[in-house]
Design a protein around this ligand. Sequence first.
Ligand code: SF4
Length: 334
Amino acid sequence: MLEERGHRAFHGRQLHRWIYARGVFEFDAMTDLSKSLRAELAARCEFALPRVVEDVTGDGPDAATKYLFELADGERVEAVLIPSDERVTVCLSSQVGCAFACTFCATGMLGLKRNMTAAEIVGTFLAIRQRSRRRISNVVFMGMGEPLANLNAVIRACDLLTEPDGICLSKRKVTISTVGLPGRIRKLATHPDPPKLTFSITSPHDHVRASALPVAGRFPLAQMHDALGVYAARTKHRITIALLVADGLNDRVEDARALHRWIGDLPAKINLLRYNEAPGAFRRADERAVERIAAELVRLGSTVVLRKSRGRDISAACGQLAARTIQPEPSASA
Ligand code: SF4
């Protein structure tokens, strides 16, 4: 933009650093730009970070904070800041609502309104960084929407989040989480330096998975295994398989054995998460059932991370805050 207006390219790099590396959103404060350039920019451009309309912080020293944002057209999305001892993670949304209508998910009840742009996605990150004053180390695309259904914008956002002269997150600390779109996983694998990938499997049984995820009927687990194999081979990344354990859905020891069999030779670790109750079909699993699943997977030789439940007190599962404030619409078909 600056070159088009007759300025030197390095002014663009200075501007980029002010915005993305330093989080400065006032042209007057950009002191290494000339006064005339600052005035020109102020006349021509404006910063339009998504507006925080609500934030809710849980209890305790490492409490998560959930943000509800309003975008320029009035649509609303969520993001969550999750501090812990060793990292500060932001969970970002990629779509306004979601078309996939998973029965356990509050966002699925909203239907898909539209994709977010890369600017809106990165804007939510910048707004949280500015407001929280935290040094954010990790980003996960696990908020509202299916990131692989908005792949181009999500990839552009990942590139901006990891750009060395800007926000400069480590490439290894940005993760896309998907319910399973094998074609998009193969496309993501062609990126020269892709983000990490988490597959949220829901169940290692096709019929159970299809009962909770309408999309699963189109993309059975064998197809998912093939696509993840391609991704792992091309990227040399280890994949994370997330199992959101819910009462009666996937909380039997037999489910753990089936999951271990399905993973087979995929280079993968397993994240076990407890379901945060949403206005959906399932309930939180018994703590002992989650521990039995973890123990069985470990006995079989899997690498398992048992995630602490975070944000139950702030409706931190994706879509829960928006679902409290947005009237559900009939879901679009996947
Ligand atoms: S779990 Fe993800 S893909 Fe399924 S409805 Fe919710 S946001 Fe969409």
